[in-house]
Design a protein around this ligand. Structure first.
Ligand SMILES: CCCCCCC/C=C/C(=O)SCCNC(=O)CCNC(=O)[C@H](O)C(C)(C)COP(=O)(O)OP(=O)(O)OC[C@H]1O[C@@H](n2cnc3c(N)ncnc32)[C@H](O)[C@@H]1OP(=O)(O)O
Ligand SMILES: Cc1cc2nc3c(=O)[nH]c(=O)nc-3n(C[C@H](O)[C@H](O)[C@H](O)COP(=O)(O)OP(=O)(O)OC[C@H]3O[C@@H](n4cnc5c(N)ncnc54)[C@H](O)[C@@H]3O)c2cc1C
Length: 651
């Protein structure tokens, strides 16, 4: 029945202050207020309706996404929303679109790699959406290997311009979100060539389309790369292909924070003679001529990826918590077997197998939330240090963002699929919200750095740390614990097989390092002041589940290395079962704490009131296939079959 809370009995079991936990999940009382208000604003506005997405064709889906993006922008302007509120609105609209890349990559790249002048010129246009940007790095032939990119940017000293060109088919830009049909500008990554010499990959701001009629500018061949995985909402994103045919851009459209070019200006008879290189900004003309890599590490060119990777960790906790919320609520609603004397069947959430699959995912959602909070702090800290030309923590920041992005996205993608399975057959319905959530989420394991490639970066960082053990350079920060392996390294320093040969094992070590990070940041969170009755206790239970589940999952490694004994392993398993029993009465309240509206969840199985069956039944009849009792095609194909009007092969 509508209006009845079919999960009230579950909510009454809660042993902690759910409202206080909502603030812990949101990050602060202010963040909760903003989040709560904006999520309800979006949920109550029919202009942000999303329950019909699975019935739209790709072109209808794409056009509807443009409509929503424009509507969202109008809402932001009309309501004078702050940047924080606007970001929350885009989050709760929950529609993969060009705006994700405009706000999530194009703007951060200009902020991170543009000079002051370039920021002053381009950011106001981008913030007002008078230009729409995309991040065009990946090519048909290269994505992981950035230094292998083939697009060229050749400097022409005669005209003080760069010539951007796609010399080969594989140099075609391929995948950039928003590029296919919407973006007016790109930050295009290309191999810089000055005076015939290659100077590595740099970013360039390139206008793609006319701001008058949106037609591609001369020298641009641009379009969409086609349908993507599943019929999910990610097909609303116009991931594009782009080829440059000797496109000229002014010198000042190279993102120059990371590189400068000094040049000889030898005035003779009042005429400047320019060496084949680039004039840096006039105020900085010097008496030498050479390519000058700024004293910032060239990896700052990758700065936007560092930023996005840390946001992706926070996104992982959101996506996993959505799936866990759906599966937990449905597990409390669903009853199967176990009826005693005609009484109610057993709630599937009471089965130990269901708990052993579901509750580690619930714990992971909270764990990723807190490590994401810490990573956001780490990124802000390294950014602040970079402003002061302090690059000391950049390697650690790269390793942490790369490793945690890889770990959390893999666990979340697997976790969403597990939540679908936890919901049985109904989990496979689009109305469960889980198939689309999976289809939209899984590319996170690939974009912004393919997960194995990123783990290899972590492994490289760990090996570099190990190689420095015994030297005066002591490991600090997230690798301080490695001093404890120093003795191991000394006795094993003999045999050093190649990194490549051991890379599969090193990737596992990288995962273990990142898992240690997640556990340690969860523990640090618990050492903070956490208000609210029973809130800290619940988080301690979840932290212990997260850690012990890992111990259980990898007990082979722990046993084989002598870190634990078989008795320890047995004790850990016993404790896990006990912890699951402690979570059970609080499970619904723990997912209520995510404070997701039914609109945002987009799931009948996960609806707040648990009134699942009537909603499933009602939703079925809305499917276009049910618009007619006799299906299209009956008379053409089925009736001849039934009436044996089609010659059938001899049976
Ligand atoms: C909220 C927005 C949502 C957006 C939706 C999703 C949109 C998706 C967008 C994209 O996918 S954009 C394209 C993403 N592409 C990638 O992530 C490419 C991945 N590849 C790389 O990052 C690099 O190619 C590499 C794998 C790191 C290798 O780089 P390279 O060959 O240049 O260097 P190495 O020899 O491996 O390392 C040299 C040195 O540099 C350090 N380093 C590498 N990357 C970084 C970094 N990002 N920041 C800081 N430092 C970095 C590396 O550790 C090495 O250091 P040393 O060991 O020499 O000290
Ligand atoms: C939905 C989506 C959106 C995207 N949006 C953008 C965007 O907006 N802008 C943009 O520029 N790009 C974008 N991309 C591209 C994305 O960044 C790349 O696909 C990603 O970086 C992976 O690179 P790749 O495709 O070259 O994978 P590859 O590197 O070709 O991976 C293939 C396999 O090779 C393995 N491999 C590669 N190198 C090594 C190595 N050295 N050692 C061991 N194994 C290795 C990988 O682990 C993987 O298993 C997007 C991609 C997707 C799917």
């Amino acid at each position: 029945m509508e209006g009845v809370d079919h999960l009230a009995h579950e909510r009454n079991k809660s042993e902690f202050d759910v409202d206080a936990m909502k603030i812990v999940w949101a990050g602060s009382p202010h963040a909760f207020v903003v989040s709560d208000r904006i999520s309800k604003l979006v949920a109550s506005d029919p202009g942000f309706r999303k329950d019909n997405r699975s019935t739209l064709s790709r072109k209808e889906l794409f056009k509807n996404t443009l409509r929503k993006a424009a509507y969202a922008w109008k809402t932001i302007i009309d309501l004078h929303l702050s940047e924080e509120e606007a970001a929350k609105l885009r989050f709760y609209v929950d529609e993969p679109a060009f705006t994700d890349v405009h706000w999530g990559m194009f703007i951060p790249a200009i902020k991170g790699q543009g000079t002051e002048e370039q920021q002053q010129k381009w950011l106001p246009l981008a913030y007002k959406m008078q230009i729409i940007g995309c991040y065009a790095q990946t090519e048909l032939g290269h994505g992981s290997n950035v230094q292998g990119l083939e697009t060229t940017a050749t400097f022409d000293p005669q005209t003080d311009e760069f010539i951007i060109h796609s010399p080969t088919l594989t140099s075609s830009k391929w995948w950039p979100g928003g590029l296919g049909k919407v973006a007016t500008h790109a930050i295009a990554y290309a191999l810089l060539i000055v005076g015939g010499r290659e100077q590595g990959v740099h970013g360039f701001i390139v206008q793609l389309r006319s701001l008058e009629d949106h037609s591609p500018l001369p020298g641009m061949t641009v379009g969409d790369i086609g349908m993507k995985f599943g019929n999910g909402a990610y097909n609303a994103m116009d991931n594009g292909v782009l080829r440059f045919d000797h496109v000229r851009i002014p010198r000042n459209q190279m993102l120059m924070r990371c590189a400068q070019y000094t040049c000889l200006c030898m005035p003779s008879d009042a005429k400047l003679i320019l060496e084949p290189c680039i004039l840096i900004r006039v105020s900085q003309v010097t008496c030498e001529g050479k390519y000058k890599q700024s004293d910032v590490p060239r990896q700052l060119v990758y700065g936007a990826m560092l930023y996005v990777r840390q946001t992706i960790v926070a996104d992982a906790s959101c996506a996993l918590s959505r799936a866990v919320c759906i599966a937990t609520r449905y597990s409390a609603v669903r009853r199967q077997f176990g009826s005693q004397n005609g009484g109610p069947e057993t709630q599937v959430i009471d089965y130990k197998t269901q708990q052993s699959r579901l509750f580690p995912l619930l714990a992971s959602a909270y764990a990723f939330r807190f490590v994401g909070e810490w990573l956001k702090w780490l990124y802000a800290d390294v950014t602040q240090r970079l402003q002061a030309n302090d690059f000391s923590t950049l390697p650690e920041a790269h390793a942490c963002t790369a490793g945690l992005k890889s770990l959390t996205t893999t666990a979340t993608a697997d976790g969403i699929e597990e939540c679908r399975k936890l919901c049985g057959g109904h989990g496979y319905l689009c109305s469960s919200g889980l198939p689309e959530l999976f289809a939209v989420y899984v590319p996170a394991c690939t974009y912004e750095g393919e997960n194995t490639v990123l783990l290899l970066q972590v492994a490289r960082f760990l090996m570099k740390t190990v190689s420095q053990l015994g030297s005066s350079k002591k490991p600090v920060g997230t690798i301080a614990y490695m001093t404890r392996v120093e003795h191991l390294m000394q006795c094993r320093c003999g045999v050093q097989r190649g990194f490549a040969e051991l890379s599969a094992d090193l990737v596992e070590a990288a995962v273990a390092h990142c898992q240690l990070l997640v556990v340690s940041k969860f523990i640090e969170k618990l050492q903070q002041e956490i208000p609210g009755k029973g809130v800290k206790q619940q988080l301690e239970v979840l932290c212990n589940i997260y850690a012990l589940f890992l111990l259980h999952k990898h007990q082979g490694d722990f046993l084989s290395t002598g870190c634990i004994t078989p008795k320890h392993a047995a004790l850990a398993n016993d404790e896990l079962r006990s912890l699951y029993s402690q979570v059970r009465p609080n499970a619904i309240a723990l997912v209520d704490a995510f404070n997701y509206t039914d609109h945002y969840l987009g799931s009948i199985l996960g609806c707040y009131d648990g009134n699942v069956y009537p909603k499933l039944y009602e939703a079925a009849w809305k499917d276009p296939l049910n618009e007619s009792v006799v299906p299209d095609g009956y008379h053409q194909y089925i009736r001849p079959l039934l009436k044996q009007e089609i010659r059938t092969a001899r049976l």
